[in-house]
Design a protein around this ligand. Structure first.
Ligand SMILES: Cc1cc2nc3c(=O)[nH]c(=O)nc-3n(C[C@H](O)[C@H](O)[C@H](O)COP(=O)(O)OP(=O)(O)OC[C@H]3O[C@@H](n4cnc5c(N)ncnc54)[C@H](O)[C@@H]3O)c2cc1C
Length: 447
């Protein structure tokens, strides 16, 4: 039996699920508080340059079905550009391949010895049964050793997370960061090229329209109603089903960041409302930089900037390399990401200062900057503090038990990229099919 379903939030999670459920014959309305759908996947055009708003996004997935789904939304193979990933760390005056463990041979001899010594020591300790530490700061040394920690991991992560790394939980990296084989590290140290992170060694990007093209292609031709400028004010469970701003639905699926929707959920217990308030995000200012360029920039995808003297940006994307249409002829574009915890108030002077620091780091020529803009995204990264794992488990449990479905980067607080959001949407699609088949509410099952 077809269901009437409300989806809250029209980021990639919301619109991809809406498209799937519409194809299955359900009646679907998506509520989006912004004037435009897309959430973190939005792009914008400034002075003829196309930029992604929330930092550099690429299309990749470990799952072939998800990858095909994403490409199909962009017009198939003809609608995307394929790129071999070229990433570097700006390590003092050197360009070191990423991941850092695979680039160790490019460091100074002293730093190579530090890194190998520490890596072997940590490897032995782990084999002797040293347990995985609870804190992220200690996890770095446990997993990579003191040398890698000091020469890259600690300064880089301090720049992103803006906190004492020992106050962060290690739960989010365990299982996400693949362990570099000892042989690869030794090979790299003596000068062989080794490759890490196989599934990201190639990525795709929409030929035009920026990453948002994938969202547009999901909406276009979708059999669902999208209401933009429609901030949801009140949701509640009723005897049979739910009401959303007074309208009746069989099911509500939330994909909006929990702190932005919690006040609207009338039946949320007060204690959980407080827990959700405590789920503070890490925010991100993405600085959009257009430059005059007689020649194309080096064929890099993005670079990491671990050190304070390189300015506040921790990552710079060479965005015009993703798709030729991203910059007008004779120009190139970059995006520089700066994280913060609510304290940053970007303005033009600040953005120019950032460009000067990038000039000093040998990334771009500040005299050639012709376009400068920025976007501040409140919800960019999850604050992985030590209380987070238990807190989010309690919040998820309430939603899963109560009959709501909540999924998405900040609707479930999972450190997911858009491909994983789409994979989650596929799981929710199966969940809805079960409810429609049995006519009974059920607890969603997430892998
Ligand atoms: C710096 C950075 C780099 C990234 N790089 C990549 C990458 O390379 N590749 C990749 O695939 N992914 C990448 N991601 C992740 C990707 O952006 C997210 O996984 C994805 O966009 C999350 O989509 P979502 O729909 O879950 O959430 P969101 O995009 O946050 O969408 C939630 C929507 O809910 C709306 N909303 C909020 N409150 C309400 C309300 N009360 N009523 C109605 N609507 C509401 C919001 O306006 C928003 O549109 C990156 C993310 C960041 C921050």
């Amino acid at each position: 039996m077809p269901l009437k379903i409300a989806i809250l939030g029209a980021g990639i999670s919301g619109v991809s699920l809406a498209r799937m459920l519409g194809d299955d014959g359900h009646s679907v309305v998506v509520f989006e508080r912004s004037e435009r759908a897309g959430g973190l996947c939005k792009s914008r055009v400034v002075d003829g340059f196309t930029f992604d708003e929330a930092g550099g996004h690429i299309m990749f997935s470990k799952r072939a079905d998800v990858m095909d789904w994403m490409k199909a939304r962009c017009g198939g193979e003809a609608g995307v550009v394929r790129t071999e990933r070229q990433t570097r760390i700006r390590w003092h005056d050197r360009w070191v391949p990423y991941p850092f463990e695979n680039g160790v041979g490019h460091l100074t001899k002293e730093a190579i010895v530090d890194c190998l010594d520490g890596y072997v020591e940590s490897y032995v300790q782990r084999r002797l049964g040293e347990p995985c530490p609870e804190s992220f700061g200690k996890w770095i040394a446990w997993r990579m050793g003191e040398g890698f920690a000091r020469h890259f991991m600690v300064p880089y992560n301090q720049k992103i997370w803006k906190c004492d790394l020992d106050t962060m939980s290690s739960g989010w990296v365990a299982g996400r960061v693949p362990e570099a084989p000892m042989r690869d590290i030794l090979a790299s140290a003596v000068g062989f090229d080794t490759e890490g992170y196989g599934h990201q060694s190639v990525f795709w990007f929409p030929k035009s329209g920026g990453f948002e093209r994938m969202v547009r292609g999901t909406i276009d031709g979708g059999r669902f109603t999208l209401r933009c400028g429609a901030r949801v004010e009140q949701v509640r469970r009723e005897r049979e089903g739910f009401s959303v701003d007074g309208e009746r639905y069989d099911l509500v699926v939330n994909t909006a960041p929990l702190p932005q929707i919690a006040d609207a959920i009338a039946d949320l217990p007060a204690a959980l409302r407080d827990e959700i308030r405590a789920l503070r995000p890490i925010s991100l200012v993405n600085v959009l930089i257009g430059v005059r360029a007689d020649e194309p920039p080096p064929p890099l995808s993005w670079i990491y900037l671990p050190f304070p003297e390189q300015g506040q940006a921790n990552r710079v994307t060479y965005f015009s390399n993703y798709a030729p249409g991203n910059a007008p002829p004779g120009h190139a574009s970059y995006m520089a990401e700066v994280t913060h915890r609510g304290e940053l108030r970007p303005d033009r002077r600040w953005a120019m200062e950032l460009c000067r620091a990038l000039d000093g780091a040998g990334v771009l020529d500040v005299e050639r900057v012709v376009t400068l803009d920025w976007v501040d995204s409140e919800f960019a990264y999850i604050d992985q503090n030590l209380e987070f794992p238990a807190r989010i488990a309690r919040v998820r449990e309430w939603f899963d038990e109560s009959g709501y479905v909540t999924f998405g980067r900040f609707a479930r607080y999972e450190y997911h990229n858009s491909d994983q959001c789409i994979a989650r949407a596929m799981e929710v699609r199966a969940h809805v099919a079960e409810i429609a088949r049995t006519g009974r509410p059920a607890r969603p099952r997430f892998a």
